[in-house]
Design a binder for this molecule. Structure first.
Ligand code: AMP
Length: 511
């Protein structure tokens, strides 16, 4: 069974003249990409050893993909703390994974330097010119492009992905090379669901990646390259640039988080952009508001597919493009994938009655291989292949899953719980609310009070209108103590609502 990288390199080598990567004004053909990977692997051979971990400090560049492939080909794992994290958080991750080698992309030097300044390990190897530092890309120019035999051993770490990391011990989620074998098998069983992003088998996919290649974007890029498509890389998500790229590059596939979709919908260029090339917009990673998704389908077309999954658990459920034509389903995360078993449990881990709410446990066959160096946390999260998702859910009589909240975001109020996702969806039912985020603030009596931040459209709603809507539809317990009107809701580096930053921003505001 070939590894991820071998499969990808074979697919690229089979069609060397195909346009594989587009970044800024560069167009890289498949044959050139394969040669770059082998050349860099020759240069790193001996410095990067099988079974070790390499940290990569890079943005969404071709070099970041080439470096990851070269490192994996040499049998080493990669940890890629993305640029959306602070320098301190990225440095903590590099230390946590005990990186044997740090690779830094010269294109991202300004973001990499403050990370490197916090480390006292070996000096970085640079991808590109950086003063007098060693430049492995320059060395690679003179290296042979002859194929390097894959050094990967099945049980070694291929990738460590971090979630959180802003405080405390970063949670590194590990996948071994063997995880890929299970992934390939799973994809075969799920063919037709569009679960593979750009890999729908027709070979002509053009995938736009505007979210970090260190997250879902990178995995989708691999699938697209492996199935004959082209990947267009953007340095980050900016709605105007995103729309321009869709039209210019005739993009067929992309992946977005819901808050980024809202930004597209609220951008003046959307209605004058030709988005007719789009065939599949996969979204997920955070809750999506039904009213806004109905708007997206109406204005962009019947191309949306929702995925619900987790770095720890893998893919859990999907809502197909056809199901998006039924408005009552837009508040759900679809039905479990045919390969996923679910259980909804009470606080003691016992199944709740059908239709009841509780923590969702899932068995996907694609769960992580554990948290990096945190066996107790792994044991508490994965039991016999069942992963505790930390999400509160219920399943309706037709099998659709409704996500109510993250267990840790639920707000404990006098008289019960307020589910923040539910309240956010309700606020966004108001036609003048573009985006909403709800969070709790601790009160003196051990409970919390509910607060909301809202990005208003025009005409702006007033606070009383919103609280009346909430009181009528959800009851007084859900009514926020305060509603702040904000210009923009802060997002994490991958594009999720950053409730921690929002709380801090609002707390710092003069009253
Ligand atoms: P990550 O590991 O970064 O992919 O985050 C996984 C978490 O994001 C899940 O546990 C959910 O809380 C949330 N999430 C992922 N997909 C969806 C979705 N389609 N709808 C709502 N929340 C989602």
């Amino acid at each position: 069974m070939p590894t991820d990288v071998e499969e990808l390199l074979d697919a690229l080598a089979a069609d060397p003249g195909r346009e594989a990567l587009v970044h800024r004004d560069r167009r890289i053909h498949a044959g050139e990409l394969v040669r770059s990977v082998h050349r860099l692997a020759h240069v790193l051979d001996g410095r990067v050893r099988p079974g070790t971990v390499v940290a990569l400090l890079a943005g969404n560049t071709p070099e970041a993909l080439v470096a990851r492939m070269a490192v994996n080909l040499l049998g080493a794992g990669i940890a890629q703390p993305h640029e959306g994290l602070s320098a301190a958080a990225r440095a903590r991750i590099v230390v946590d994974v005990e990186a044997a080698v740090v690779l830094a992309d010269a294109d991202a030097a300004a973001a990499a330097e403050p990370v490197l300044a916090r480390l006292d390990g070996p000096a970085a190897l640079w991808l590109g010119a950086h003063g007098a530092d060693p430049d492995v890309l320059a060395e690679a120019d003179g290296a042979p492009a002859s194929p390097i035999r894959d050094r990967a051993r099945p049980h070694d770490v291929e990738q460590i992905r971090h979630t959180g990391g802003t405080t405390g011990h970063p949670k590194g989620i590990t996948y071994t090379f063997d995880h890929h074998r299970r992934g390939a098998e799973m994809r075969r069983r799920l063919t037709g669901l569009g679960a593979d992003g750009g890999g729908d088998g027709d070979g002509g996919a053009r995938l736009l990646v505007a979210t970090p290649v260190a997250h879902v974007g990178g995995a989708l890029a691999d699938r697209t390259l492996a199935s004959g498509g082209t990947v267009v890389l953007q340095d980050g998500f900016e709605p105007g640039a995103f729309l321009a790229a869709v039209a210019r590059e005739r993009i067929t596939h992309t992946f977005l988080l819901p808050p980024l979709i809202y930004r597209l919908l609220d951008h003046p260029d959307l209605d004058r952009t030709d988005t007719s090339s789009l065939r599949s917009v996969v979204y997920g990673g955070a809750p999506a508001a039904p009213r806004r998704m109905a708007e997206a389908v109406e204005r962009i077309g019947p191309v949306f597919a929702q995925f619900y999954g987790q770095t720890e658990a893998g893919g859990i459920s999907a809502l197909t493009p056809q199901e998006h034509s039924r408005p009552e389903l837009l508040g759900t995360v679809g039905r479990p994938l045919p390969t996923t078993e679910i259980a909804i449990t009470d606080a003691d881990g016992r199944p709740v009655a059908p239709g009841g709410r509780g923590e969702l446990w899932v068995r996907t066959g694609m769960e992580m291989d554990g948290y990096w160096k945190q066996p107790e946390l792994t044991a508490a999260t994965v039991v016999d292949g069942w992963v505790r998702t930390g999400d509160v859910a219920r399943q309706d009589a037709d099998g659709y899953l409704h996500l109510l909240d993250r267990v840790k975001d639920m707000i404990v109020v006098v008289g019960g719980h307020v589910y923040t996702t539910e309240l956010e969806d309700l606020l966004m039912e108001h036609p003048s609310v573009r985006q909403a985020a709800v969070f709790g603030v601790p009160d003196d009596d051990g409970t919390e009070t509910v607060h909301a931040a809202v990005v208003a459209g025009s005409p702006a709603p007033d606070e009383d209108e919103l609280t009346a809507l909430v009181a009528e539809r959800a009851g007084d317990m859900y009514v926020p103590r305060s509603v702040e009107f904000v210009e923009r809701i802060p997002l994490t580096g991958v594009g999720k609502t950053d409730k921690k930053a929002l709380r801090a921003e609002l707390a710092a505001q003069p009253r």
